[in-house]
Design a protein around this ligand. Structure first.
Ligand SMILES: Cc1ncc(COP(=O)(O)O)c(C=O)c1O
Length: 390
């Protein structure tokens, strides 16, 4: 399937005004997403928030249907979250950890997830073990396999790291977790919307993500997948009148679906908008998106790698839309600021958020350029010419 780039860019008004290579931070939303959010806010203004939610029942239900189609699961296995961090912590804190339980994670684990692991180690005495990456930056699956023992309660890894352009072998990790009946929590925050995801092949129990990145949804939105069969192993750390039913003065029951990890009040307009964003991606086709993002990122790596004094920091066959680079004599923050002055958005990946990865690889702060399918060859040329000129 080919992507009609002209029409996609026409749906994305900011494409004409700037070069947006910060899709791993927050992508540009298509107009239909922004319109859906504004339309619901206007409805709330006109008829009242609760009344608007009733009127928009189908658009709200679409959030669950859209994610179920995207992830190849049942809509009862999907929950809304206000961001990926909430989604991740809500399921992480639902696991019945005891002192001495081991948690296996990766060298590229997202900073906030890793801080939560450390926090639980401090509070409850769980043991966090980091599985190193191989020389090409991928989680070492053999070392993971070798670390499996009866005391491993959870494997938690990040699919596509935020600080580097690799794609970790999430499905191979899933096979190991399933073979040993270990809970597997996959952070798909940077992969959702740029890779075709299928929870059946990833074989994860829980998968989390955010709306604003490659899914092109509104800020303040996120999602969670929980495999139906795994729900009985997860007790929410806290409940409310939405996640639980109050049966009698001293009795309650938990919701029987993934929405036991939601709470009642939420950003309804954002939830509707994120459903529209997922539909938009599905209409284009996630395999087509994956192919185009990989192609553009490869072009960008080649263009940057050919510039004098510029080093690209990831190598390998299968890389994501995230490209990290540095230019000799130019601090990452200075490069980012000067690019922005030229109408080009990018970001900086910082060592203090990447103690296990950048610091251990002996790297300083890096520039990060992240492309999406709506970017073009000519934007890549403009970007690399700008980097050359700075
Ligand atoms: C890999 C990864 N996981 C989790 C997060 C956290 O997402 P959120 O800010 O929506 O909580 C990020 C954000 O950059 C990320 O890159």
């Amino acid at each position: 399937m080919t992507i009609d780039i002209a029409s996609i860019r026409a749906d994305t008004p900011a494409c004409n005004a700037l070069v947006h290579f910060n899709n791993a931070g927050a992508a540009l939303s298509p107009a239909c997403v922004t319109e859906a959010v504004i339309e619901h806010l206007r409805l709330e203004q006109r008829i009242g928030g609760y009344e608007a939610a009733s009127a928009a029942e189908d658009a709200i239900a679409n959030f669950y249907r859209a994610f179920a189609r995207m992830l190849h699961c049942n809509s009862t296995e999907i929950a809304f979250a206000e961001n990926a961090t909430h989604a991740w912590n809500n399921v992480f804190m639902a696991i019945d950890f005891a002192a001495g339980d081991r948690i296996l994670t990766g060298q590229s684990e997202y900073v906030s997830n890793y801080l939560s692991l450390l926090h639980l180690a401090r509070r409850r005495g769980v043991i966090v073990e980091v599985i190193p990456n191989t020389a090409d930056g991928l989680l070492d699956v053999e070392k993971l396999q070798a670390a499996i023992r009866d005391d491993v309660k959870l494997i938690a890894i990040t699919h596509v790291p935020s600080q580097c352009g690799v794609i970790h072998p999430a499905a191979e990790v899933g096979r190991i977790a399933r073979a040993h009946d270990i809970l597997y929590l996959l952070d798909a925050c940077q992969s959702a919307g740029q890779l075709a995801l299928d929870v059946r092949t990833l074989d994860c129990d829980m998968l989390t993500g955010t709306g604003r990145k490659f899914l092109r949804g509104p800020r303040g939105t996120g999602f969670l997948y929980v495999r139906q069969e795994s729900l009985s192993r997860l007790e929410p750390a806290w409940v409310d009148l939405h996640s639980a039913n109050w049966l009698a003065p001293n009795d309650y029951s938990l919701r029987s679906d993934a929405r036991r990890f939601e709470n009642w009040e939420c950003f309804v307009a954002g939830k509707i908008g994120l459903g529209v964003a997922v539909d938009y991606a599905l209409n284009i086709g996630l395999s087509a998106i994956e192919t185009r993002v990989a192609m553009l990122a490869c072009q960008l790596r080649e263009a940057l790698g050919s510039l004098p004094g510029v080093q690209v920091h990831e190598h390998g066959q299968k890389l994501s839309g995230i490209v990290t680079f540095s230019k000799q004599g130019v601090a990452a923050s200075q490069m980012q600021a000067q690019l922005q002055g030229l109408g080009i958005n990018s970001s900086v990946t910082r060592t203090d958020n990447s103690q296990l990865d950048l610091v251990q690889r002996g790297l300083a702060d890096l520039n990060r350029a992240s492309v999406h399918y709506y970017n073009t060859d000519s934007e890549i040329s403009r970007f690399s010419e700008a980097v050359a000129s700075i």
